[in-house]
Design a protein around this ligand. Structure first.
Ligand code: PEP
Length: 250
């Protein structure tokens, strides 16, 4: 089965609403590629204008986070229904920066994944080890645990639609990209884990991205790996380079 590639930008805490419109207008012609699903995950306050600016293009808008309750006394949080109403199709869940600075755990990640699915938003579930864990030889054990907990209560049919982003923490924002062998090895292990939890058909359907200092130079080789179905891109998603990353196959 041929899985469709998916390349998502993670803007993190960058771009005001007016800057967001400008960036989308600049990137729109550069990210046209019928072979790839293209997602811009933007700060919450940029979502409405980003959806408007992306209309008529192949760009889907995603959020960088959401809460797992429907509504209520959760000052500062964004509910899934708000994202849906604003036109959001994807949401990054459990990015390592949220785990590190905002106390997200595998358990909150799981709650958010279930809520996103319930509302028809595709979760991009982030996992990945620290440099210490890699040096200790526990990378695959750690990532398997993250994935198994993130998917508690998710059915096989639902799991087929989710996106997993394997992002080694030591490669995020550091300019140190994982080697293609390192990235492929862990993506294979994640797929094997999905096959164990569910079945082969689910493992074959699920899309697994690599993330961590992806650039126009590294994308073609990474995305050509059998188990790497695209990328989650931070820094380079704010630049015209993102067009070259999306068009890695041209
Ligand atoms: C990310 O934030 O998900 C990421 C991969 O960042 P960068 O591409 O800048 O390493």
């Amino acid at each position: 089965m041929m899985r469709r590639k998916i390349v998502a930008g993670n803007w993190k805490m960058n771009k005001t609403p007016s800057e967001a419109v400008e960036l989308i207008n600049t990137l729109k012609p550069l990210v046209a590629n019928d072979d790839v699903d293209v997602v811009f995950c933007v700060p919450a306050i940029d979502i409405t204008v980003a959806v408007e600016a992306a209309k008529g293009s192949n760009i889907a808008i995603g959020a960088e986070n959401m809460y797992y309750e429907e509504s209520g006394a959760y000052t500062g949080e964004i509910a899934p229904a708000m994202l849906v109403d604003a036109g959001v199709k994807y949401v990054i869940i459990g990015h390592s920066e949220r785990r590190e600075y905002f106390a997200e755990t595998d358990e909150t990640v799981n709650k958010k994944v279930l809520k996103a699915i319930e509302h028809g938003i595709v979760p991009i579930i982030c996992c990945g080890e620290t440099l210490t864990q890699r040096e200790q030889g526990v990378t695959i054990d750690f990532v398997r645990q993250q994935i198994k907990i993130a998917l508690q209560g998710v059915t096989a049919d639902q799991a087929k639609e989710v996106v997993i982003a394997y992002e080694p923490i030591w490669a995020i924002g550091t300019g140190v990209v994982a080697t293609t062998e390192q990235a492929q090895e862990v993506c294979v292990a994640i797929r094997a884990c999905i096959a164990e939890v569910y079945d082969e058909a689910t493992a074959e359907a699920i899309r697994i991205q690599y993330g961590g200092s992806v650039s126009a130079a590294s994308a073609p080789e990474l995305f050509a790996q059998a188990d790497i179905d695209g990328g989650l891109v931070g820094g380079a998603s704010l630049k015209p380079d993102f067009g070259a990353i999306v068009n890695y196959n041209k």
